[in-house]
Design a protein around this ligand. Structure first.
Ligand code: SF4
Length: 461
């Protein structure tokens, strides 16, 4: 399918071919689903909402409920104020969520609908809440949309109501799977601290089969807990792109100090997460976690010869790619092509510089690499054509490149549309790293088996 991609790299002044990102509202919906009894609402046309819901459903294999302002020609010309007010009334009457989380689409952003003013003029039943985030897809990516909605949660819901901060942490996990969120909670729980995680899609996007269809599963961060986040001592923002803006808003609004850490992928980032908890709350790391870490080191030592010197092309969301780059370097691999579709810093966002951060890690390890923020998969394939790799790591869309270039492929990130179960299992923490080692070595050894001559086809590898 991608056999005609040219090797010759020409300067492009504009245009994206095979994007490595998707719409802001997809991230906003995913974040909103991490609030208990919250219904995401798409302020725009039905087509956007249908696409966003189906994309999330295909990755998580779970129903994704979201309402829409259902713009038609009239709203497109005169604005969507009436549509949103009607939607707010109908949604609370018919579906009875505790919170409606409104996000915008390109159309309503282009019209310039003033969402806070519309919400103020809407009939919101007593005890119910409407929050919002502006999510124009001609800026940033789904990660920006996630970040914007988490900022919206903090802006609307969090309050500092106590003179003295509570001995508890806020944890903003970033755009990761529910399996990762469960693992981050398990690690924090094992450290013996009180914490509030938001958003939290565990128990929502990995809810059990009970035989009954429920619009609002048991999981998700409670509104009262997000409110209480304003009384916490510290916010641990995991992943600068998805989580740091909300932590900064919470600091400014409620005086909760912020600590931005990497998404805890691999040994070093997981160590940093646990050390931050240990130092803030003077806790000891329990033996159970030390044991897991030791097991991971043992596994990495046992398998290092599978990885050493292998060249990797890596793409995906910036926080995950940054964490994966560090982990791959720790395995002795060489990430020679590293790309994210998310721009290096969306307008209004205060996130760091993807290219600089990744380059510094690679330079420290002595690896010469191409690194790009705001890139696309056409470019990544051209890089691979010019400098071949032993392995490709990224979301489902990488399978086309893997097939065209005949390279082993490991699916990590969002979206993964052609495999199931993945969202239940973590890639974060020590256990997540063990899983990654298994996935990567499995892909490399499968390829070695495939290519082995009859006399070299080994039973023990
Ligand atoms: S119009 Fe904008 S929000 Fe809607 S699907 Fe297209 S890019 Fe996404």
């Amino acid at each position: 399918m991608l056999d005609c991609t040219p090797k010759n790299i020409m300067e492009r002044s504009g245009g994206v071919i095979n994007p490595a990102k998707t719409c802001q509202p997809i991230g906003a919906i995913y974040a909103a689903l991490g609030i208990h009894r919250c219904l995401p609402h798409s302020h725009g046309s039905q087509g956007c909402c249908s696409y966003h819901r189906s994309h999330l459903t295909r990755h998580f294999r779970e129903p994704v409920f979201a309402s829409t302002s259902s713009f038609t020609e009239g709203a497109s010309v005169f604005g969507g104020s009436a549509n949103l007010k009607t939607a707010i009334k109908n949604v609370f009457t018919i579906y009875d969520p505790d919170v409606m989380a409104v996000h915008t689409t390109c159309l309503s952003e282009t019209i310039g609908d003033d969402i806070p003013t519309i919400i103020k003029g809407a009939e919101v039943p007593e005890g119910k809440l409407v929050i919002h985030a502006n999510t124009p897809s001609y800026q940033g990516s789904h990660i920006t949309g996630f970040s914007n909605m988490v900022k919206g949660m903090v802006s609307y819901l969090s309050r500092a109501t106590l003179e003295t901060k509570k001995d508890q942490a806020n944890i903003i996990p970033g755009f990761v799977n529910p399996g990762d969120m469960r693992e981050i909670k398990r690690l924090a729980g094992a450290m013996g601290i009180d914490f509030i995680m938001f958003p939290d899609t565990s128990g929502v996007m990995d809810s059990p089969m009970t035989g009954e269809l429920t619009m609002f599963p048991r999981g998700g961060a409670r509104v009262e807990d997000i409110a209480d986040a304003g009384n916490s001592r510290i916010t641990l923002a995991l992943g600068s792109y998805a989580s740091s803006d909300a932590a900064r808003v919470l600091d400014r609004k409620c005086g909760v100090s912020e600590l931005v850490l990497k998404t805890p992928i691999g040994i070093r980032a997981t160590d940093e997460f646990l050390m931050a908890i240990r130092q803030t709350f003077t806790k000891k790391v329990p033996y159970a976690l030390e044991e897991e870490r030791g097991q991971l080191v043992d596994i990495m030592t046992d398998t290092h010869y599978h990885f050493h010197g292998k060249r990797v092309a890596l793409f995906g969301d910036p926080d995950v790619v940054i964490g994966m780059t560090e982990f791959l370097l720790g395995l002795g691999m060489e990430p020679v092509h590293v790309l994210t579709g998310t721009p290096g810093g969306a307008i209004g966002a205060t996130v760091g510089d993807f290219e600089k951060e990744v380059r510094e890690m690679l330079e420290a390890a002595g690896v010469k690499a191409r690194v790009k923020a705001g890139g696309d998969l056409f470019q990544l394939q051209q890089w691979i054509k010019n400098e071949p790799v032993d392995l490709l790591i990224g979301n489902t869309y990488g399978k086309y490149i893997a097939r065209a270039e005949d390279i082993p492929f490991v699916r990590v990130g969002f979206p993964v549309l052609d495999r199931s179960c993945h969202s239940y299992f973590p890639i974060v923490g020590y256990r997540g790293a063990m899983r990654l080692v298994e996935m990567i070595s499995g892909a490399l050894l499968d390829r070695a088996d495939r290519d082995a001559a009859e006399e070299d086809f080994e039973l023990v590898m």
